[in-house]
Design a protein around this ligand. Sequence first.
Ligand SMILES: [Zn+2]
Length: 504
Amino acid sequence: MPDRFFLTTAIDYSNGDPHLGHALEKVGADCIARYRRLRGNDVHFLMGMDEHSQSVLQASANAGVTPQAWVDRLSTVFTDFWKRLGCSNDDWIRTTEPRHARAVTALLERIKERHPDHVFLAEYSGLYCTGCEEFKADAQIKDGHCIEHPTLELVPTKEPNHYFRLTAWRDPVLQKIENGEFLVEPAIRRNEVLSLLRSGLQDISISRVRLPWGIPFPDDPGQTVYVWFDALINYLAATGFPEAGYEKRWPADLHVVGKGITRFHCIIWPAMLLAAGLDLPRAVWAHGYVQWEGSKMSKTAGTAVSLESAIARHGPDALRYFLLREIGFENDGNFTWERLDVRYTDELANGYGNLASRVLAMIERYVGGIVPTGVADTPLDQEGNARVAAYGNAMDGNLIHEGAQEMWGLVSRANQFVEETAPWNLAKAKDTAGLDRALGALARALTRITLMIHPFIPGKAGEVWGGLGLPGTAADAKWGALENPPTGGGKVRKLTPLFPKPVS
Ligand SMILES: [Zn+2]
């Protein structure tokens, strides 16, 4: 029975179209999901939408449609983009679904049952904007006024809210991060979270009055569950909780989120789960941001470079590759058209694409199109063994940028091997044994590179897999095929140009 691996992305607010910032997270998580399948894990990959935010009410009102019609449309817009980008998620959860509401209610009830004084009523006081009909956080206030409504006065308001006793769970959460039971990665994010925990927490408000778009608070229908508390529970809801059998998927093995929401995922969420007596996820990976001219990709910058135009430039695989290779999945990185073009031309067209077409063409021309069987003892095979092992180590730690480096190391070695063995000279000399040895090794290396690059560019890697005449698909291949690539016998097929020169 393969190890199960339950992987999630953050769910996105339904307040506008997806942009490159969203795309980085989804393709990064998809890369991990595809790698885990290659590893042989029984992967369950969840994505979805956060549909209860205040901004949904505003956006739908501005558009003159009902909130439900608004979120329905956006759910389709998002899923269409993720499909085009090759995301292989197994489930798509929306927080307006009944299965989600049921889980939210059940989790709250479970916390109250176990710790009756951990959910309590208290006065919430803050600055209320009558234009937005909501309390404003400091970040939403400029010069003492709501950013959206600078001509209105903010009203100091108090209302009774339900609170969660977060403070009671500081020490247990801190301990589980410190002892490694609950991993927060990369290290820079772990340190941020630890320092937040050590500096002390406050109990948090988890309900709102006067917000009709949300999940009714159990036993208090005048209030709705606060959107963040509601949203986090999606990961659990998707396992079927509280119905029997949810433990087959829970706990999650990895939550992939942006670095800006670690407080929710690494402090509040584990506290909620501990309070309910549920297992914690094994790990959270917090990635950096795609920047555009030095600032975070947002709705505003999204108009400067739309997801649509970024996909159109060189196709979905090229965008995936660029995001994971240039931006990376750890720190912030800049999007520029120039860098996208350079990565496309240098690495995909002239690197992987050129190697693949060269190897296939030589097999066609010199040995009749049948991949030769040879003993896997060449220097190229040895390099492949080392690169595959290092690739596995990097990818196991979600260091997908380092995984890509190992894959590239093998591409370089394979190109060098072509020059060293010069199959065209072997053909001239009618050295059949030499040709079998060289082309067999190159076919094995190309198979390995294709499997290693598949999580990054599943579409194009799938085409090369077919070109090598290999059985099944690259998506279904398992780790054994990477360690010991199938040798020989396949009939190669000519590929249409993998990475055509852009028409300018
Ligand atoms: Zn306002």
